[in-house]
Design a protein around this ligand. Structure first.
Ligand code: MLT
Length: 404
């Protein structure tokens, strides 16, 4: 008789954004006359840039001709895209990353949840708290997290590194050295970042303790301050300990198109075994590549026109971030993030819990955000708003919040 993977039974509730979607759907059903403004999930709203659309059309036409048709993509992804990534994302900062260390995928969510497969189930993970839930949930599914304490909202076998206003959202090194460290910089959900020297300290820590860093740089395009690194490979020694995951979702609006990549440096090894070779083996076995049309779309994001158009899109979202920050501060809220990231992290007013504030905002302002506690125990008392809405909706939401 078959048996299920019991680890799935340990997962509490549903995925955070599914729970929110259900709550909002229930509210809308009962209140069809109250249009809701959604600043919850970090989903983009601007259409795909013209240079990218043109490249996709061209690629579609190529697929219609026998001479230019493409079947299965190469295991690691097309050379044209991997080269464009290296030339644009890594060479300018002298990261020393080569095209054959880049693995194209269908997005950072898949990669950040799948990457744990190449590590032993005995590895202990450390996460910043609050944290993007995918890192923990994927490790729970793999049986790495122990048991869940619902009251504390914590897993027995996970090292939590609190990031709160008290420590400036900079995690302290854990007392007990973990094996795998998840870092998301610029951070989802707090919208804050680390400076290059703070990140260098983490790289040094990982190398000294024999740990690997899973570095999620999905929000890299939103970095504005000069001392925030765009890649972990700007830090010395990072190629010996770090895997970097990137996305086209937030910089190029590909949340529905799906494209991302992971860099596994050839220097990264464990007991003489190359992690690059392991990830290549996994990729070859379990994945048939992002579609040709989509990889051409990704390449166009690096064209001159593409870069200019995407810069404008990012600037528009950051204009929203600045408006949210300013508007909430003027209303007396305590607000963080929003400078190097499209997320605003605010303290809930009074003694409201994150979910109480979620309900209050939905009920009285018809605005949807994300409760901080959904990202971990240290997120309790905080609330996240995304800058990915339209400017009109963003300012309308601020007016509604002002009015309550
Ligand atoms: C978020 O809202 O945290 C993100 O959109 C989720 C994701 O990128 O998967």
């Amino acid at each position: 008789m078959f048996q299920i993977n019991e680890n799935y039974q340990k997962l509490p509730g549903s995925y955070l954004f599914s729970t929110i979607a259900e709550k909002v759907a229930a509210f809308t059903k009962v209140n069809p006359d109250k249009p809701v403004i959604r600043l919850g999930i970090g989903d983009v709203t601007q259409p795909i840039a013209p240079a990218i659309i043109a490249a996709m059309h061209k690629a579609v036409d190529e697929m219609a001709e026998a001479g230019s048709f493409h079947g299965y993509a190469p295991d690691l992804g097309y050379e044209f895209l991997r080269t464009a990534i290296v030339q644009n994302d890594y060479e300018p900062n002298n990261c020393g990353i080569h095209a054959d260390e880049v693995f194209i995928s269908d997005g950072a969510k898949s990669d950040s949840s799948n990457i744990q497969e190449i590590f032993s189930t005995g590895c202990k993970i450390a996460v910043t708290d609050p944290v993007y839930p995918v890192y923990i949930d994927s490790n729970v599914m793999a049986g790495r997290c122990g048991t869940y304490d619902a009251a504390a909202q914590m897993w027995s076998n996970v090292v939590y590194m609190p990031c709160t206003k008290e420590n400036g959202f900079v995690p302290d090194f854990p007392k007990e050295a973990p094996d795998l460290i998840y870092l998301c910089i610029p951070n989802n959900p707090t919208g804050t970042a680390l400076t290059k020297s703070q990140l260098q300290d983490w790289v040094d820590y990982a190398n000294q303790n024999g740990a690997a860093i899973i570095y999620d740089a999905a929000y890299e395009a939103y970095i504005h301050e000069p001392d925030v690194p765009h890649s972990i490979y700007e830090c010395k020694g990072a190629k010996n300990c770090a895997i970097e995951i990137r996305s086209f979702s937030k910089n190029a609006g590909f949340t529905g198109v799906r494209l991302g990549f992971t860099v596994v440096p050839k220097e990264l090894s464990c007991g003489g075994v190359s992690l690059h070779a392991m990830w290549a083996r996994r990729h070859g076995t379990k994945y048939n590549g992002a579609p040709y049309i989509i990889q051409r779309a990704g390449e166009a994001a690096y064209s001159k026109e593409g870069k200019e158009q995407l810069k404008c899109q990012v600037a528009a979202y950051m204009k929203n971030a600045a408006a949210i920050k300013k508007g909430l501060q003027a209303d007396g809220y305590e607000v963080f993030g929003g400078v190097n990231a499209p997320y605003i992290w605010m303290k809930t007013p009074g003694h409201m819990t994150s979910w109480e504030f979620f309900d209050y905002l939905l009920e009285h302002a018809n605005v949807v955000g994300t409760p901080g506690s959904g990202f971990g125990p240290s997120g309790e008392g905080y609330f996240r708003l995304t800058a990915f809405g339209s400017y009109e909706n963003t300012t309308a939401a601020l007016e509604r919040i002002h009015a309550i």
